[in-house]
Design a protein around this ligand. Structure first.
Ligand SMILES: *Cc1c(COP(=O)(O)O)cnc(C)c1O
Length: 429
């Protein structure tokens, strides 16, 4: 939470910028996600300033938080986007980005998604396998187009991330083209008329604190760029080093931007290419809070258990990644308790924190689950037929509901109480 410039306590009460969180809970209800625009701006500017003088474009990784208002805010700051699906492409275009702002990543892009990307005129399609490249060539040819390709390299760089599920850059993982195959793949492109090689890309994982794995990765990309150039390729324009910069969730370290920039700067300069980055979490995690109300408290097996109206369906990171989120009582108190803070979902993995010291709470009190702006709402589900929460953007003294709370009718809208049967023997449909 080191970068959470948007949160502070006024008279002891936790506020997001100029808006006390109880006011939002009162008017919007709980659970809800609250985002600080000032924090997003500060994080964006800190990264952009650290890289001042480098020819760089920050392509925000939409999957971290894809709310249209957040996308629009990042667009106004000068960001492009990194997308991983056709749906995210539509969102990006809806938010006002053009194809030229878009880098398209992802290990399993379908022909339909590739076609939509070509039609939108995206900046690069980051291809992750020879099979994808061949499919892309066929799709582009059928459209009479030439698709701009960056090869996503799997550099076999291992990083220390808090959980193995957030590592992506080692051989044997599903991501990228193993570095020792990249030159062959690049050479195979000579025989393909509808794809052109414009860059080298990598994304080695998420919540990366140290600069060294980035430097190692960028160096590999540089060497691969030089190798394909000496092979006669003259079309390279981009070196994309992916996302993954760490934020601090508690007393852990965030990425050191100066150290990162110093490591990358000379490699970017030597490449003569535009540097692309795909930060997701770094830009939005600290901006977000999951605001929830205590429903019940109970005592079991010598433990205090605090049950909130938010559940793992709203924020799955603790269950999925054993992720730590700081939890705070919104209103001040000097009285402390140690408790498990859990949700109402019928799963033992449904908790936000175990054995946490928090302010003494009773039913009706508000809790803030901090640093929930990335991989929070976007991973929310309707498990237990729970409507997804509202999302609220705060900007100085004002706030706006940027996603309405789901209602029961939204959850069953696509369902049919009475099946309309089709006869499978009529093979024509
Ligand atoms: C998820 C992802 C990112 C963003 O990762 P963060 O850790 O949120 O910065 C960037 N690039 C690709 C290809 C991704 O899949």
């Amino acid at each position: 939470m080191a970068g959470a410039v948007g949160y502070h306590r006024t008279n002891g009460t936790l506020a997001c910028e100029g808006v006390p969180l109880p006011a939002i809970a009162e008017r919007v209800g709980t659970p809800c996600y609250v985002y600080s625009a000032a924090t997003i701006k500060a994080q964006y500017n800190a990264l952009a300033n650290a890289l001042a003088g480098v020819d760089v474009r920050l392509h925000y990784s939409v999957k971290a938080n894809s709310n249209l208002a957040i996308l629009s805010l990042l667009r106004s700051l000068g960001a492009g986007v990194d997308i991983v699906s056709g749906g995210e492409l539509q969102r990006a275009l809806h938010a006002g980005f053009t194809g030229a702002d878009v880098v398209f990543s992802g290990v399993g892009k379908t022909p339909a998604e590739l076609e939509a990307a070509i039609r939108a005129g995206v900046k690069t399609i980051n291809v992750e396998s020879i099979a994808e490249l061949e499919t892309l060539n066929v799709v582009a040819e059928s459209m009479g187009a030439v698709a701009p390709v960056a090869l996503r390299v799997n550099p076999d760089v291992s990083v220390e991330t808090p959980h193995p599920y957030t590592r992506t850059g080692e051989h044997g993982m599903k991501f990228g083209i193993p570095d020792d195959q990249v030159l062959d793949v690049a050479r195979s492109m000579r025989a393909m008329r509808s794809v052109t090689l414009v860059g080298m890309a990598a994304h080695i994982g998420s919540q990366i604190v140290r600069a060294a794995p980035y430097a190692e990765t960028a160096q590999q990309l540089l060497e691969l760029c030089n190798a394909v150039r000496s092979d006669g390729v003259t079309t390279l324009r981009y070196m994309d080093i992916g996302g993954g910069l760490a934020v601090s969730y508690g007393d852990d370290e965030p990425a050191d931007l100066q150290e990162f920039a110093e490591a990358i700067r000379p490699i970017a300069a030597a490449s003569g290419l535009q540097l692309l980055m795909e930060p997701g979490r770094y830009l939005v995690a600290d901006a977000g809070t999951l605001l929830t109300r205590v429903v019940y408290r109970k005592h079991s097996g010598g433990k205090e258990i605090v049950i909130t109206d938010a559940g793992m369906n709203d924020l799955i990171r603790p269950a999925l990644y054993e992720a730590y989120h700081a939890i705070e009582r919104v209103e001040p108190t000097d009285d402390r308790i140690v408790a498990d803070v859990v949700g109402p979902v019928c799963e033992s993995g449904d908790f936000f924190g175990l054995d946490r010291e928090i302010g003494n709470v009773a039913a009706g009190d508000l809790l803030a689950v901090r640093s929930a702006g990335a991989y929070g709402y976007v991973m929310a589900s309707n498990y237990n037929t729970r409507p997804r929460p509202a999302e609220v953007l705060v900007d100085g003294p004002r706030y706006a509901v940027v996603t309405a709370r789901e209602q029961y009718q939204d959850l069953v809208r696509l369902e049919h109480l009475t099946p309309t049967w089709s006869d499978a023997s009529c093979a024509s449909d």
